[in-house]
Design a protein around this ligand. Sequence first.
Ligand code: SF4
Length: 265
Amino acid sequence: MEGLIFDIKKYSVNDGPGIRTTVFFKGCPLRCWWCHNPESQEYKVQTIEVSHKLEEKVYSQQKNVGKYIETDDILSDLMKDAVFYEESDGGVTFSGGEPCMQVDFLVELANKCKKKNIHTILDTCGYASISVFSALLPMIDLFLFDLKLIDNNLHLKYTGCSNEVITANLKFLSQHKANIIIRIPVIPGITDTKRNMDAIAYMLEDLPNRVQEVHLLPYHKIGVNKYNRLAKQNPLQDIESMKKEDTIQLGDFIETKGFKVKIGG
Ligand code: SF4
């Protein structure tokens, strides 16, 4: 089976433990204002214009974003780095976009990875039907689960989707003793408010099983140029990147609730 992928990044060290290969799925149901991968959002191949400067002259060229790839082709690529995964306790991370949007492809690929003893991580926004997470439970070793905003009106405003499905899926995974790391994008004035952090901490304390860790991801501007190339408006274009130090207080607060916190992915 083939799926729509927009990138495959080797030797990644920020998408879970050890040395990993991150497979970026194209298509996402959310439209977060702070998304630094806007090219991941549409579930279709897109053409963008990229420019290169050579001796003061600027050259432009068209480039396709997104490619259909067979699970077997991805697997054979992954197997080339099996020795790195073994040595570092790494593996493969399915990211995006939202991998659950291509659930049949994801299930087939994750199954093939498990048969080869490759450690699997799903980096997810949590927005999919519960049956999708039920199908994935046996073949995903660790879920990197994004939590953004607990107030549903704010979630709708800043992501375009309700968070009810997301929080229900988090509870479902916790009930089934899945390994979970929570990732919170720290966006100035949007997700970093005391009210939101209190509500997130309360929700995490209320889960039937403790999450392994909480990761705070400070906002950064790396996706800004991508918005221009896609002719999309960037709602946060005037907001500056945050430094790790800016999130230390939030991290301290979450730690007082008994959670292990890491700043950055
Ligand atoms: S869930 Fe992730 S990929 Fe999807 S729009 Fe939000 S930030 Fe972008």
